[in-house]
Design a protein around this ligand. Structure first.
Ligand code: SAM
Length: 305
């Protein structure tokens, strides 16, 4: 059983919030096998195997079919989400931004698999044990970064800019920021602080991509929690007990898209539901409201300094 979240809690890739990074990579491995036209993450499966959580390894390798264990909507969303952030980062760097910061990088392998323009520096920020594990695991797999990859091991609720600057980050240069699969794991005030800090560290012309979840209507959080509990029950029967409901922060918070717009970002937003049709994916059952999420990206237009 996972303990309730608290300020300053830490984790590796097999525990607490860290396990969600391994879960995300396992779903990317399943999605990659299913549909290489939308997602091709060859490192997802070996990274999950390296973490060594047997249940997730069996899913990632295909030894155990997703069946009822991983909902089709989660697999399809992994395809769309990976494509969205891949395209955002490649568009930004092709347009001349040479500094990229991937916040909550988890087992994201973009620094090793995207065709970055020459001279691109990619910073990855996550908890120390997560950063350390992925760096070593990919080196052991013989993978080499396709950009100048630098790491900042830090807690995103604390003074992560200090670690980023120590790794060489230059706030005077435009940056492409991504925060994928992160915000719901931060308390509401830490989310605001993170978005404020991104804005403060952004030279004009910087770009950002993240997810913006609409605040729940009455009863919706309970429906989501019930679905997550049902999923946890199915997983527990296979010896894996991430207790996802305790890892996420529910309830009202400032929605990321309007919050960023108020701080000078010009954003485009697209509902995941609308991306299904645009990518020829059939609509699927979605008890967890995954397709209500907005994927947002845009540019800082105001000078904030
Ligand atoms: N972005 C990756 C992806 O999409 O595969 C990982 C997403 S995973 C669901 C959430 C990630 O957020 C984990 O890697 C976790 O370590 C990171 N994370 C959450 N809260 C954090 C915090 N306070 N400080 C540093 N990292 C954090």
């Amino acid at each position: 059983m996972t303990s309730t979240r608290r300020d300053g809690d830490t984790w590796d890739l097999a525990s607490s919030v860290g396990a969600t990074a391994t879960m995300a990579a396992a779903v990317r491995a399943i999605a990659t096998r299913a549909d290489r036209a939308l997602i091709d993450d060859p490192f997802a499966e070996p990274l999950v195997r390296a973490v060594g959580v047997e249940f997730l390894t069996r899913l990632a390798t295909g030894d155990m079919p997703p069946g009822e264990l991983v909902e089709q909507v989660a697999i399809d969303v992994a395809k769309l989400r990976t494509k969205f952030y891949d395209e955002f980062l490649l568009d930004a760097t092709t347009a001349g931004i040479t500094q990229v910061v991937i916040l909550a990088s988890g087992l994201d392998s973009r620094a090793y698999r995207l065709p970055w323009p020459t001279g691109t520096v990619v910073y990855e920020v996550d908890q120390p044990q997560v950063i350390e594990f992925k760096t070593c695991a990919l080196a052991e797999l013989g993978a080499a970064p396709t950009a100048d990859r630098r790491v900042a091991a830090a807690d995103l609720r604390e003074d992560w800019p200090a670690a980023l600057r120590a790794a060489g980050f230059d706030p005077a240069r435009p940056t492409a920021w991504s925060a994928e699969g992160l915000l719901g794991f931060l308390p509401p005030e830490a989310q605001d602080r993170l978005l404020d800090t991104i804005t403060e560290l952004s030279a004009p012309g910087s770009r950002v991509a993240t997810e913006s979840r609409p605040n729940p209507r009455p009863g919706e959080d309970n429906t989501t929690k019930e679905s997550l509990h049902r999923m946890s029950d199915r997983w527990r029967a296979h010896g894996f007990d991430p207790d996802v409901v305790r890892l996420r922060y529910f309830g009202e918070r400032n929605e990321a898209a309007p919050y960023l717009i108020d701080r000078g970002w010009a954003l485009n937003a697209i509902k995941v539901r609308d991306l299904f049709a645009a990518n020829d994916l059939a609509p699927v059952r979605d008890d967890m409201r995954m397709s209500d999420m907005l994927y947002v990206s845009g540019t800082l237009t105001k000078t904030t300094k």
